[in-house]
Design a binder for this molecule. Structure first.
Ligand SMILES: NC(=O)C1=CN([C@@H]2O[C@H](COP(=O)(O)OP(=O)(O)OC[C@H]3O[C@@H](n4cnc5c(N)ncnc54)[C@H](O)[C@@H]3O)[C@@H](O)[C@H]2O)C=CC1
Ligand SMILES: CC(C)c1ccc(C(=O)O)c(O)c1O
Length: 246
């Protein structure tokens, strides 16, 4: 898979840290030019992060205007967008649904679900025009199973899965493939927001008995985001250590 994505341009949302950074680094190793989108993009350390993106843009994926402006800048500079990885996301509160703050619910849906829609809505016309595109949406096992006390997050990720399936059917004859991934829990900044009990319960559900590594996600995404993924669209790729059985 070396230089598998040579000459391509990829946008990775939420790419400043965690899973997004790992995906961006791996896509770059495969030859892609990377545009990092995140809320704040200062303090990039190309030595620590292992590469230099061609663009770093302050973008709020929950704002359609912000997404459209940033996408226009990428097309203006790079002339093309081949890959969009919708990774930006937040957990929201850990609380029973009857105590879940309504404003937090709205924020989780706005970033984790509507943000994916905004980025896809913006990128798809460009990809259709070129007759090529690969979109990878980062969902979660929580979107398949429903995880207690993170109902807003679970609902948003289930929405990402359903949106991906619907949009993939609409685009199936246009050369634009949309898939999503459903990782189980990974050791990143998001996990640090969970309670120790929640983390232990999540690990106990994984037959392999360990947490997923960012590199394992990045390797899978790199294949899905490239031309060798040619007859799979609207699919949910699990990264669950044996937990997912459907
Ligand atoms: N960490 C985990 O165990 C799992 C994470 N995921 C998903 O993977 C994705 C990445 O998660 P992590 O790397 O763990 O999180 P993280 O918190 O380490 O990184 C998320 C990144 O998204 C950015 N972001 C947040 N809101 C944004 C917005 N409105 N616009 C643009 N950027 C924004 C943050 O600034 C941050 O750089 C998320 O969608 C998350 O739901 C899925 C399954 C498991
Ligand atoms: C870190 C996020 C909120 C999270 C937490 C727990 C699970 C799980 O138990 O499956 C997830 O899939 C997550 O994405």
């Amino acid at each position: 898979m070396t230089r598998y994505l040579e000459g391509q341009t990829a946008i990775v949302t939420g790419g400043m840290r965690g899973i997004g950074l790992g995906i961006a680094r791996r896509l770059h190793t495969a030859g892609a030019q990377i545009a990092i989108w995140d809320l704040a993009v200062d303090g990039w350390d190309s030595v620590a992060n292992g590469f230099e993106p061609v663009m770093r843009q302050a973008v709020d994926v929950a704002s359609l205007a912000s997404v459209e402006a940033a996408f226009g800048e990428v097309v203006a500079q790079q002339g093309r967008v081949d890959i969009l990885v919708n990774n930006a996301g937040i957990n929201g509160p850990v609380a029973p649904c009857w105590e879940y703050p309504a404003a937090a619910w709205d924020q989780v849906i706005a970033i984790d679900l509507t943000g994916v829609f905004y980025c896809c809505r913006t990128a798809i016309p460009h990809m259709r025009e070129r007759g090529y595109g690969r979109i990878v949406n980062v969902a979660s096992m929580a979107g398949k199973d429903g995880v207690q006390y993170i109902s807003g997050y679970s609902a948003a990720k289930a929405g990402v899965i359903a949106f991906t399936k619907a949009a993939a059917k609409e685009l199936a004859q246009d050369g634009v493939l949309l898939n999503c991934i459903a990782p189980a829990m990974v050791e990143t900044g998001l996990m640090a927001e969970m309670t120790p009990e929640h983390i232990a319960a999540s690990k106990a559900k994984i037959p392999m008995g360990r947490f997923l590594q960012v590199e394992e996600i990045a390797n899978m995404v790199t294949w899905i985001a490239g031309p060798e993924c040619s007859f799979t669209t609207g699919f949910v790729f699990d990264l669950s250590g044996g937990r997912a059985t459907y």
